[in-house]
Design a protein around this ligand. Structure first.
Ligand SMILES: C[S@@+](CC[C@H](N)C(=O)[O-])C[C@H]1O[C@@H](n2cnc3c(N)ncnc32)[C@H](O)[C@@H]1O
Length: 253
C-alpha cells in the first residue's frame, strides 16, 4: 500500500497503553474501553501484513482537501467496493468476502485486536479481497471515500448505547446516514443489522427519512450480497432473547 498524500499512514502506533492509543482515534464521548493487547502470533501477523493490507487514519497531516483513497492501487484491480463499518473481529467481513471474490471489501474498526484477529483469519484463509482501516468511520467516509463510489456499506450490530443520555453517541444518526448515502453509488446498498429494539426503531426512522435512500427487500436485484453469517455476537443476542432487525436501503439512481 502506498501512502496517500495528506493522510497519516502508520504501520503501527508505538506501544503505549492500549486504551490511550484507541482514544486518540475516536471522540472520547463515543469510545468504549476494550482490552486490545495482541497475542505474540497476532503481533507477528500484524507486523507482517498491516503495511500491505492496513491503513491507520489519525489526525489530518495538513489542512485542506485530501485526495480520496486510491482503491484500485490498493487492491490491485478495479472492482465494486463495500465498506464495512465496525467490523469487530471480522467474522462477517471474512465470510462475505469469501462468498463474493469479485467484490472488494474495506473493514473499518477502531479496535486493534479485532483487526488483528481479522488479519490472522485473512492470512489463514488466503483471502485477497479485504483491506483494513483503523480509525473512526466518520473520518474514513469524509476523508478517504469519494462521493458515489461505494456499491455497499455494511453496519452490523453497531453499539446501541442503550441509556437515553448516551443516544447521541450512536453511530447511525441523520448526519452519518446522509454521509453514507452520499458515498454510495446510485443503486448501492446500505445494509444494517441490530439486536436492540430501541436502536432499530431509531435506525428505521433515520434511514427512511434520508431522501436518497429507499427501503428494499433482500433479493431485489442488489449489487452486493446481503447474506450474513451468524456471528458470536448475534448468537449471544439470540440466547438473550433479542430479535435481530435487518434493514436494506438502496441509493436512488
Ligand atoms: C457491537 S460491535 C459489533 C462488531 C461486529 N460488527 C459484529 O457484528 O460482531 C460494534 C463495533 O463497532 C466499532 N465502532 C464503534 N464506533 C466506531 C466508529 N466510529 N468507527 C469505527 N468503528 C466503530 C466498535 O469498536 C465495535 O467493535
Amino acid at each position: 500500500m502506498h501512502a496517500q498524500p495528506g493522510v497519516e499512514v502508520r504501520p503501527d502506533a508505538p506501544e503505549e497503553p492500549a486504551d490511550r492509543r484507541d482514544q486518540r482515534l475516536l471522540p472520547a464521548s463515543t469510545f468504549r474501553s476494550r482490552r486490545s493487547a495482541l497475542s505474540d502470533a497476532q503481533r507477528q501477523t500484524w507486523e507482517r501484513l498491516w503495511p500491505e493490507l492496513g491503513l491507520s487514519v489519525g489526525v489530518p497531516a495538513a489542512e485542506g482537501a485530501e485526495p480520496a483513497l486510491d482503491t484500485t492501487a490498493w487492491f490491485g484491480r478495479q472492482a465494486p467496493l463495500v465498506l464495512e463499518i465496525g467490523c469487530g473481529s471480522g467474522t462477517s467481513t471474512l465470510a462475505m468476502a469469501q462468498d463474493e471474490p469479485d467484490i472488494d471489501v474495506i473493514a473499518v474498526e477502531i479496535y486493534k485486536r479485532g483487526l488483528a484477529q481479522l488479519l490472522c483469519a485473512i492470512d489463514r484463509a488466503g483471502v485477497g479481497n479485504i483491506r483494513l482501516i483503523r480509525g473512526n468511520a466518520v473520518d474514513v467516509l469524509q476523508r478517504l471515500i469519494a462521493p458515489e463510489t461505494l456499491s455497499g456499506v455494511r453496519v452490523f450490530f453497531p453499539d446501541p448505547w442503550p441509556k437515553a443520555r448516551h443516544h447521541k453517541r450512536r453511530f447511525l444518526q441523520p448526519g452519518t446516514i446522509g454521509l453514507i448515502a452520499d458515498r454510495l453509488l446510485p443503486g448501492g446498498v446500505l445494509h444494517v443489522a441490530t439486536d436492540h429494539p430501541g436502536y432499530a426503531e431509531h435506525i428505521g426512522e433515520v434511514g427512511d427519512a434520508e431522501p436518497r435512500l429507499r427501503r428494499v427487500e433482500p433479493g431485489d436485484g442488489l449489487p452486493v450480497s446481503v447474506v450474513r453469517p451468524t456471528t458470536k455476537y448475534e448468537t449471544k443476542a439470540h440466547e438473550a432473547g433479542s430479535a435481530v432487525t435487518e434493514f436494506i436501503w438502496l441509493r436512488h439512481e
